[in-house]
Design a protein around this ligand. Structure first.
Ligand code: GUN
Length: 290
Protein backbone atom coordinates (compact mmCIF):
# COMPACT_ATOMS: atom_id res chain seq x y z
CA UNK A 1 0.00 0.00 0.00
CA UNK A 2 1.32 3.41 -0.96
CA UNK A 3 0.05 6.68 0.43
CA UNK A 4 -0.38 9.35 -2.22
CA UNK A 5 1.30 12.47 -0.89
CA UNK A 6 -0.73 15.33 -2.33
CA UNK A 7 1.09 17.92 -0.28
CA UNK A 8 4.44 17.04 -1.78
CA UNK A 9 3.08 16.63 -5.36
CA UNK A 10 1.36 20.02 -5.11
CA UNK A 11 4.60 21.64 -3.91
CA UNK A 12 6.43 20.07 -6.86
CA UNK A 13 3.83 21.41 -9.29
CA UNK A 14 3.84 24.88 -7.75
CA UNK A 15 7.64 25.07 -7.65
CA UNK A 16 7.70 24.14 -11.33
CA UNK A 17 5.14 26.84 -12.19
CA UNK A 18 7.10 29.35 -10.11
CA UNK A 19 10.28 28.56 -12.09
CA UNK A 20 8.46 28.97 -15.41
CA UNK A 21 7.00 32.23 -14.12
CA UNK A 22 10.45 33.60 -13.33
CA UNK A 23 11.70 32.77 -16.81
CA UNK A 24 8.94 34.84 -18.45
CA UNK A 25 9.59 38.44 -19.35
CA UNK A 26 6.28 40.07 -18.54
CA UNK A 27 5.88 43.29 -16.63
CA UNK A 28 3.30 41.95 -14.21
CA UNK A 29 2.60 38.75 -12.28
CA UNK A 30 -0.37 36.44 -12.89
CA UNK A 31 -3.40 37.83 -11.08
CA UNK A 32 -6.21 35.73 -9.60
CA UNK A 33 -9.40 37.51 -8.52
CA UNK A 34 -11.47 35.65 -5.95
CA UNK A 35 -15.05 36.67 -5.29
CA UNK A 36 -16.72 35.61 -2.09
CA UNK A 37 -20.26 36.43 -0.99
CA UNK A 38 -21.37 36.46 2.64
CA UNK A 39 -19.97 34.49 5.53
CA UNK A 40 -19.26 30.79 5.19
CA UNK A 41 -16.56 29.46 7.52
CA UNK A 42 -15.35 26.66 5.21
CA UNK A 43 -15.25 29.01 2.19
CA UNK A 44 -13.32 31.59 4.22
CA UNK A 45 -10.70 28.95 5.04
CA UNK A 46 -10.40 27.89 1.37
CA UNK A 47 -10.25 31.46 0.10
CA UNK A 48 -7.57 32.45 2.61
CA UNK A 49 -5.52 29.41 1.61
CA UNK A 50 -5.83 30.37 -2.07
CA UNK A 51 -4.68 33.95 -1.41
CA UNK A 52 -1.76 32.77 0.75
CA UNK A 53 -0.61 30.29 -1.92
CA UNK A 54 -0.77 33.04 -4.56
CA UNK A 55 1.50 35.22 -2.46
CA UNK A 56 3.94 32.38 -1.73
CA UNK A 57 4.46 31.55 -5.41
CA UNK A 58 4.71 35.04 -6.92
CA UNK A 59 1.09 35.46 -8.01
CA UNK A 60 -1.16 38.38 -7.15
CA UNK A 61 -4.34 37.28 -5.38
CA UNK A 62 -7.15 39.74 -4.72
CA UNK A 63 -10.20 38.97 -2.62
CA UNK A 64 -13.46 40.74 -3.47
CA UNK A 65 -15.68 40.06 -0.47
CA UNK A 66 -19.31 41.13 -0.86
CA UNK A 67 -22.08 41.08 1.76
CA UNK A 68 -24.70 38.31 1.81
CA UNK A 69 -27.27 40.91 0.72
CA UNK A 70 -25.62 41.78 -2.63
CA UNK A 71 -28.11 41.49 -5.48
CA UNK A 72 -27.50 39.09 -8.34
CA UNK A 73 -27.43 42.03 -10.78
CA UNK A 74 -24.74 43.83 -8.78
CA UNK A 75 -22.67 40.65 -8.51
CA UNK A 76 -22.91 40.02 -12.26
CA UNK A 77 -21.83 43.65 -12.88
CA UNK A 78 -18.80 43.15 -10.63
CA UNK A 79 -17.84 39.98 -12.54
CA UNK A 80 -18.19 41.85 -15.82
CA UNK A 81 -15.82 44.54 -14.53
CA UNK A 82 -13.23 41.88 -13.76
CA UNK A 83 -13.76 40.31 -17.21
CA UNK A 84 -12.92 43.70 -18.72
CA UNK A 85 -9.98 44.44 -16.42
CA UNK A 86 -6.91 43.41 -18.40
CA UNK A 87 -4.76 43.03 -15.29
CA UNK A 88 -6.89 40.14 -14.03
CA UNK A 89 -6.04 36.76 -15.55
CA UNK A 90 -8.29 34.43 -13.58
CA UNK A 91 -11.65 34.86 -11.85
CA UNK A 92 -13.27 32.48 -9.42
CA UNK A 93 -16.47 32.88 -7.47
CA UNK A 94 -16.31 30.78 -4.34
CA UNK A 95 -19.29 28.43 -4.04
CA UNK A 96 -21.80 27.97 -2.49
CA UNK A 97 -23.60 31.26 -3.06
CA UNK A 98 -26.63 32.61 -1.15
CA UNK A 99 -29.92 31.14 -2.40
CA UNK A 100 -31.13 34.35 -4.10
CA UNK A 101 -28.20 34.22 -6.55
CA UNK A 102 -28.17 31.81 -9.49
CA UNK A 103 -24.96 29.80 -9.61
CA UNK A 104 -25.48 29.14 -13.31
CA UNK A 105 -25.90 32.83 -14.12
CA UNK A 106 -22.76 33.65 -12.19
CA UNK A 107 -20.66 30.95 -13.83
CA UNK A 108 -21.89 31.85 -17.30
CA UNK A 109 -21.02 35.52 -16.74
CA UNK A 110 -17.34 34.75 -16.12
CA UNK A 111 -15.38 35.04 -19.36
CA UNK A 112 -14.43 31.50 -20.46
CA UNK A 113 -10.86 32.79 -21.01
CA UNK A 114 -10.65 33.79 -17.33
CA UNK A 115 -12.65 30.87 -15.92
CA UNK A 116 -9.78 29.24 -14.00
CA UNK A 117 -12.26 27.03 -12.09
CA UNK A 118 -13.17 25.47 -15.45
CA UNK A 119 -16.89 25.61 -14.61
CA UNK A 120 -18.13 27.59 -17.65
CA UNK A 121 -20.13 25.49 -20.16
CA UNK A 122 -17.57 26.41 -22.86
CA UNK A 123 -14.75 24.91 -20.79
CA UNK A 124 -16.83 21.89 -19.72
CA UNK A 125 -17.69 21.32 -23.41
CA UNK A 126 -14.02 21.53 -24.47
CA UNK A 127 -13.09 19.15 -21.65
CA UNK A 128 -15.75 16.66 -22.75
CA UNK A 129 -14.47 16.84 -26.35
CA UNK A 130 -10.88 16.28 -25.19
CA UNK A 131 -9.81 19.68 -26.52
CA UNK A 132 -7.29 21.88 -24.68
CA UNK A 133 -9.30 23.42 -21.82
CA UNK A 134 -9.06 24.88 -18.36
CA UNK A 135 -9.91 21.85 -16.21
CA UNK A 136 -11.86 22.13 -12.97
CA UNK A 137 -9.26 22.32 -10.22
CA UNK A 138 -10.10 19.25 -8.11
CA UNK A 139 -10.50 16.80 -11.02
CA UNK A 140 -7.39 18.35 -12.63
CA UNK A 141 -5.51 17.78 -9.37
CA UNK A 142 -6.59 14.12 -9.29
CA UNK A 143 -5.23 13.64 -12.83
CA UNK A 144 -1.92 15.17 -11.69
CA UNK A 145 -1.74 12.69 -8.80
CA UNK A 146 -2.44 9.71 -11.07
CA UNK A 147 0.27 10.95 -13.46
CA UNK A 148 2.83 11.61 -10.75
CA UNK A 149 2.47 8.08 -9.35
CA UNK A 150 2.29 6.63 -12.89
CA UNK A 151 -0.90 4.79 -12.01
CA UNK A 152 -2.20 2.76 -14.92
CA UNK A 153 -5.71 3.70 -15.96
CA UNK A 154 -6.28 2.30 -19.49
CA UNK A 155 -8.88 -0.46 -19.48
CA UNK A 156 -9.47 -0.15 -15.73
CA UNK A 157 -12.89 0.08 -14.16
CA UNK A 158 -13.15 3.48 -12.50
CA UNK A 159 -16.07 4.09 -10.16
CA UNK A 160 -16.80 7.74 -9.44
CA UNK A 161 -19.09 8.33 -6.48
CA UNK A 162 -20.87 11.69 -6.60
CA UNK A 163 -22.07 13.74 -9.59
CA UNK A 164 -21.43 17.33 -8.47
CA UNK A 165 -20.53 19.93 -11.08
CA UNK A 166 -17.32 20.62 -9.17
CA UNK A 167 -15.93 17.08 -8.90
CA UNK A 168 -17.98 13.97 -9.70
CA UNK A 169 -19.43 14.91 -13.06
CA UNK A 170 -16.21 16.28 -14.66
CA UNK A 171 -14.18 13.46 -13.10
CA UNK A 172 -16.38 10.83 -14.73
CA UNK A 173 -15.86 12.48 -18.14
CA UNK A 174 -12.09 12.85 -17.69
CA UNK A 175 -11.53 9.23 -16.71
CA UNK A 176 -13.35 8.03 -19.83
CA UNK A 177 -11.51 10.28 -22.31
CA UNK A 178 -9.10 8.80 -24.80
CA UNK A 179 -5.95 10.04 -23.03
CA UNK A 180 -3.73 9.41 -20.04
CA UNK A 181 -4.96 9.44 -17.33
CA UNK A 182 -8.18 8.13 -18.84
CA UNK A 183 -9.33 5.32 -21.09
CA UNK A 184 -11.19 3.81 -18.16
CA UNK A 185 -14.53 2.09 -18.22
CA UNK A 186 -16.38 4.53 -16.00
CA UNK A 187 -19.30 3.91 -13.67
CA UNK A 188 -20.89 7.00 -12.16
CA UNK A 189 -22.62 6.34 -8.84
CA UNK A 190 -24.72 8.88 -6.95
CA UNK A 191 -27.29 9.25 -4.19
CA UNK A 192 -29.91 7.22 -6.09
CA UNK A 193 -27.55 4.32 -6.91
CA UNK A 194 -28.81 1.02 -5.53
CA UNK A 195 -26.37 -1.51 -4.16
CA UNK A 196 -23.34 0.82 -4.19
CA UNK A 197 -21.04 -1.92 -2.89
CA UNK A 198 -21.68 -3.99 -6.02
CA UNK A 199 -19.95 -1.27 -8.04
CA UNK A 200 -17.20 -0.44 -5.55
CA UNK A 201 -16.32 -4.13 -5.09
CA UNK A 202 -15.75 -4.34 -8.84
CA UNK A 203 -13.72 -1.13 -9.08
CA UNK A 204 -10.01 -0.90 -9.93
CA UNK A 205 -10.07 2.82 -9.16
CA UNK A 206 -12.51 4.50 -6.77
CA UNK A 207 -12.92 8.27 -6.75
CA UNK A 208 -15.08 9.10 -3.75
CA UNK A 209 -16.71 12.52 -3.92
CA UNK A 210 -20.06 11.83 -2.29
CA UNK A 211 -19.77 14.26 0.61
CA UNK A 212 -20.61 11.52 3.12
CA UNK A 213 -18.17 10.78 5.94
CA UNK A 214 -16.58 7.31 5.73
CA UNK A 215 -19.18 6.03 3.25
CA UNK A 216 -16.69 3.57 1.70
CA UNK A 217 -15.61 0.79 4.07
CA UNK A 218 -13.05 -1.99 3.76
CA UNK A 219 -15.63 -4.67 2.92
CA UNK A 220 -16.79 -2.59 -0.07
CA UNK A 221 -13.49 -2.68 -1.99
CA UNK A 222 -11.30 -5.32 -3.62
CA UNK A 223 -7.61 -6.02 -3.02
CA UNK A 224 -5.27 -3.71 -4.94
CA UNK A 225 -7.80 -0.93 -5.53
CA UNK A 226 -6.60 2.65 -6.12
CA UNK A 227 -8.54 5.01 -3.86
CA UNK A 228 -8.88 8.75 -4.33
CA UNK A 229 -10.77 10.37 -1.46
CA UNK A 230 -12.16 13.81 -2.22
CA UNK A 231 -14.25 14.12 0.97
CA UNK A 232 -13.30 16.39 3.82
CA UNK A 233 -15.37 16.42 7.00
CA UNK A 234 -14.71 17.85 10.43
CA UNK A 235 -15.64 15.53 13.30
CA UNK A 236 -15.20 16.07 17.05
CA UNK A 237 -12.09 14.45 18.53
CA UNK A 238 -11.27 15.05 22.19
CA UNK A 239 -7.72 13.72 21.75
CA UNK A 240 -6.85 16.64 19.44
CA UNK A 241 -5.86 20.07 20.73
CA UNK A 242 -8.24 21.69 18.22
CA UNK A 243 -11.09 19.45 19.43
CA UNK A 244 -11.72 18.01 15.95
CA UNK A 245 -10.16 15.89 13.23
CA UNK A 246 -10.64 15.71 9.46
CA UNK A 247 -11.95 12.57 7.79
CA UNK A 248 -12.87 11.72 4.19
CA UNK A 249 -15.57 9.80 2.32
CA UNK A 250 -13.46 6.67 2.82
CA UNK A 251 -12.93 4.79 6.08
CA UNK A 252 -9.15 4.95 5.86
CA UNK A 253 -8.25 2.36 8.51
CA UNK A 254 -10.25 -0.45 6.85
CA UNK A 255 -9.73 0.53 3.19
CA UNK A 256 -6.00 1.40 3.22
CA UNK A 257 -4.76 -2.16 3.94
CA UNK A 258 -6.55 -3.44 0.80
CA UNK A 259 -5.41 -0.57 -1.45
CA UNK A 260 -2.42 -0.36 -3.80
CA UNK A 261 -2.57 3.47 -3.60
CA UNK A 262 -4.70 5.70 -1.39
CA UNK A 263 -4.96 9.42 -0.69
CA UNK A 264 -5.06 10.47 2.95
CA UNK A 265 -7.35 13.17 4.38
CA UNK A 266 -5.96 15.73 4.92
CA UNK A 267 -2.90 15.92 2.64
CA UNK A 268 -4.24 14.02 -0.39
CA UNK A 269 -6.49 15.70 -2.93
CA UNK A 270 -6.97 18.96 -0.99
CA UNK A 271 -3.58 20.60 -1.66
CA UNK A 272 -3.78 19.69 -5.38
CA UNK A 273 -6.89 21.83 -5.91
CA UNK A 274 -5.07 25.09 -5.21
CA UNK A 275 -2.05 24.00 -7.24
CA UNK A 276 -4.21 23.42 -10.34
CA UNK A 277 -6.04 26.70 -9.79
CA UNK A 278 -2.67 28.49 -9.92
CA UNK A 279 -1.59 26.38 -12.91
CA UNK A 280 -4.75 27.48 -14.74
CA UNK A 281 -4.14 31.12 -13.78
CA UNK A 282 -0.55 30.84 -15.01
CA UNK A 283 -1.86 29.54 -18.34
CA UNK A 284 -4.42 32.31 -18.81
CA UNK A 285 -1.70 34.84 -17.92
CA UNK A 286 0.59 33.32 -20.57
CA UNK A 287 -2.22 33.68 -23.12
CA UNK A 288 -2.85 37.29 -22.21
CA UNK A 289 -0.72 39.73 -24.19
CA UNK A 290 -1.24 42.66 -21.83
N1 GUN B 1 -16.36 25.44 -3.44
C1 GUN B 1 -15.85 24.21 -3.18
N2 GUN B 1 -14.91 23.88 -4.09
C2 GUN B 1 -14.82 24.92 -4.95
C3 GUN B 1 -14.02 25.16 -6.10
O1 GUN B 1 -13.20 24.35 -6.55
N3 GUN B 1 -14.24 26.37 -6.71
C4 GUN B 1 -15.14 27.27 -6.24
N4 GUN B 1 -15.28 28.41 -6.91
N5 GUN B 1 -15.90 27.07 -5.18
C5 GUN B 1 -15.73 25.89 -4.53
Amino acid sequence: MKIIDGKSVSEHLLADISLKLQSQKKNRSPHLAIIMVGKHPASETYVNAKIKTCEKYGFKGTLYHFPETITEKKLLDEIQKLNDYHEVDGIIVQLPLPKHISENQVIETISPQKDVDGFHPVNIGKMAKNLPALLPATPGGILELLKFYQIETAGKHCVVIGRSNIVGFPMSILMGRNSYPGNCTVTMCHSKTQNLEFYTQNADIIIAAAGQPELIKGNMVKEGVVVIDVGIHRVPDKTKKSGFKLIGDVEFDTVAPKSSFITPVPGGVGPMTIAVLLKNTFETWLQSNK
